[in-house]
Design a protein around this ligand. Structure first.
Ligand code: NAP
Length: 360
């Protein structure tokens, strides 16, 4: 029997990606959808402004959207694609009520006992859930910000091989990263907006937690410094980043950096999961690659592509990386997190939950 899944924030850009990606999932089945009071009380098919380029799954279309602020969904665990203004309080309510919460929102990412997880990079951080205490069996697991995830995956093999002293990253981020309706068309078309609220802080802090080491009931963060400049560009999907790195080790050649990236392999516990791509990182040799329009869907949107690896005259090495922001950077990454949890026996069937009032 499949595990029953609820989606909080089901009407948003990330929520819709969950609905699309879970339509034929071998282990999970969507049984509950929730959003704000604006959407509640009508069928998902009636209320959603469907943005995906696949048809709306008929089973999901028939589900009635619940008000996330009023009642708990009857399911085994929830994915959260909630706006961060409400994600913190609602995710906590679910964890306290005993649910596993697999979240995309920023609210708990830096909480000391909440894993900030990329299964191919830090699967051991899942052990942190044993240190969480919500007064129930519930717990929260998060995935990184949609720009942080691509940069961190690209840095992982370099960090392991050579150590890192500092990183400078300039991002060119897609419009879908702002949700729907997102950036106003008069700001977006034929333009670049050199500010994304809160984004630089996330890119400067999250990679340090993800690449940190488990220590007691928390994570000892990596100690390198990151400087980020984040820009919104007129691309629909795919965050591109231009990254320069200074290594701890001196004299690192381009060949050894390429070898480290090329040899990055997916841990066995992750490679067998249904959502795992064949390659987590794909090195591109054409100097005009990667490009969002051409390469964003590599590995079903779960592969991070890297190109233009070359020496940096100021730091040591520079490269370009590309990540699909709503798949690897959101719903796809969260589903892989849930698959890893399920494979470790951390998700299980719950008896029907008594619908309860939810404090706002
Ligand atoms: P979005 O399109 O604006 O969707 C937000 C969702 O939250 C909608 O379902 C909305 O429901 C719901 N919501 C808003 N206010 C609510 C309230 N008061 N009570 C209950 N539900 C409420 O945003 P998104 O891009 O999907 O992002 C969702 C979350 O994922 C955010 O925390 C975002 O930071 C994070 N994230 C996004 C991306 C990305 O690439 N877009 C990547 C990684 C992480 P209604 O439709 O009823 O208003």
């Amino acid at each position: 029997m499949k595990l029953r899944v609820g989606i909080l924030g089901a009407t948003g850009a990330v929520g819709q990606k969950f609905v699309a990606l879970l339509a034929d999932h071998p282990w999970f089945e969507v049984t509950g959808l929730a959003a704000s009071e604006r959407s509640a009380g009508r069928s998902y098919g009636d209320v959603v402004h469907w943005l995906e380029n696949t048809s709306l799954p008929s089973k999901a279309a028939k589900l009635e959207v619940q008000n996330a602020n009023e009642a708990l969904l009857d399911c085994d665990f929830v994915f959260s694609g909630l706006d961060s203004s409400v994600a913190g309080s609602l995710e906590e309510v679910y964890a306290r009520a005993g649910y596993p919460v697999i979240s995309n929102a920023r609210n708990f990412r830096m909480h000391p006992t909440v894993p900030l997880l990329i299964p191919e990079v830090n699967p051991d951080h899942l052990n942190l859930i044993d240190s969480q205490d919500w007064g129930s069996e519930g717990y929260i697991v998060t995935n990184p910000n949609c720009a942080s995830v691509g940069i961190t995956m690209a840095l992982k093999p370099l960090y392991d091989a050579f150590g890192i002293e500092c990183v400078h990253a300039t991002t060119m981020q897609a419009l879908s990263g702002a949700g729907y309706p997102g950036v106003a068309s008069l700001d977006a078309v034929s333009n670049v907006v050199p500010f994304i609220s809160g984004e630089e802080e996330k890119v400067e802090s999250e990679p340090l937690k993800i690449l940190g080491t488990l220590a007691g009931n928390g994570v000892q963060p990596a100690t390198f410094r990151v400087s980020a400049q984040c820009n919104r560009v007129p691309v629909i999907d795919g965050h591109l980043a231009a990254v320069s790195v200074k290594f701890k080790k001196t004299g690192v050649s381009i060949e050894s950096a390429l070898q480290a990236i090329g040899q990055f392999s997916i841990p066995r516990e992750v490679s067998n999961l249904p959502g795992s791509p064949e390659r987590a990182l794909e090195l591109m040799v054409d100097p005009t690659h990667p490009q969002p329009r051409r390469h964003v869907n590599y590995g079903g949107g779960m592969t991070v592509t890297i190109g233009r690896v070359r020496s940096c005259p100021i730091l040591d090495l520079k490269f370009i990386c590309l990540v699909h922001n709503t798949i690897r950077g959101a719903a796809g990454g969260a589903i892989l997190n849930a698959e890893l949890l399920a494979s470790k026996g951390k998700l299980k069937h719950r008896s029907s939950v008594e619908l309860a009032g939810v404090a706002s």
